[in-house]
Ligand binder design. Structure first.
Ligand code: G3P
Length: 217
């Protein structure tokens, strides 16, 4: 499973990238707002740092507007994936932009039918939001399983990019279900390294080591 990092925070991306944990980046209008940066400027910096796909989201609500914005965002770098919402207009924009050979990430997906339409419209990535489904007491991971089955049934090449990930457990579940990509905030990726028994075991080793009076260096 590829790891995308869901942030426009350059320092956080750099730290994870140095460890080989970043296969791509996703941003959205909320994350750009949070960064306090100009969208083109910060996106260009991210693209220069990370060679994998970097999603930049359009904000127009009509297809022509999304297409124009998508073409403009694609000028930033070769590795831009244009993000459009899963609306009818978004599907129209996806069809045109993907037909031009551009990567398109169709976002705000909450149903298997939406994912089926995105695949038929030529999406490179479909972004189902698991956390926001969990928020309304619908198991987000059930949707990932459904999309996986449908895409496999018909050999769709659209990659399932699990989004709105809120916990390390979401990462594990996405990987178990065969998601192609998971995008997560930096703190969630770092939390995957934590285990209470690791901490406890390390404490015990350190206590015993102190009793030996030895040093290694
Ligand atoms: O990738 C989508 C993500 O940014 C949304 O996450 O936690 O706001 O639902 P969240």
């Amino acid at each position: 499973m590829k790891f995308f990092v869901d942030t426009a925070d350059i320092d956080a991306i750099r730290e994870l990238h140095e460890l080989g944990m970043v296969d791509g980046v996703t941003t959205n209008p909320s994350l750009i707002m949070k960064s306090g940066r100009d969208i083109k400027e910060v996106t260009a910096e991210i693209c220069a740092l990370v060679p994998g796909p970097v999603s930049a989201e359009t904000v127009a609500l009509d297809a022509d507007g999304m297409i124009a914005e998508g073409r403009e965002l694609a000028k930033i770098a070769e590795n831009i994936a244009i993000k459009v919402p899963l609306t009818w207009a978004g599907l129209q924009a996806c069809k045109v932009l993907s037909g031009e050979g551009r990567m398109v990430n169709v976002t705000l997906c909450f149903s298997a039918n939406q994912a089926l339409l995105a695949a038929k419209a030529g999406a490179t990535f479909i972004s189902p939001f698991v956390g926001r489904l969990d928020d309304i007491n619908i198991d987000g991971m059930d949707l990932i399983a459904e999309i996986r089955q449908i895409y496999d049934n018909y050999d769709f090449s659209t990659e399932i990019l699990v989004a709105s990930i809120r916990s390390a457990n979401h990462m594990k579940e996405a990987a178990l279900l065969g998601a192609d990509v998971a995008t997560a905030p930096p703190n969630v990726i770092k939390a995957m390294a934590s285990h209470v028994l690791t901490d406890k075991g390390l404490d015990a080793f350190m206590a015993d080591w102190a009793k030996t009076g030895q040093t290694i260096l």
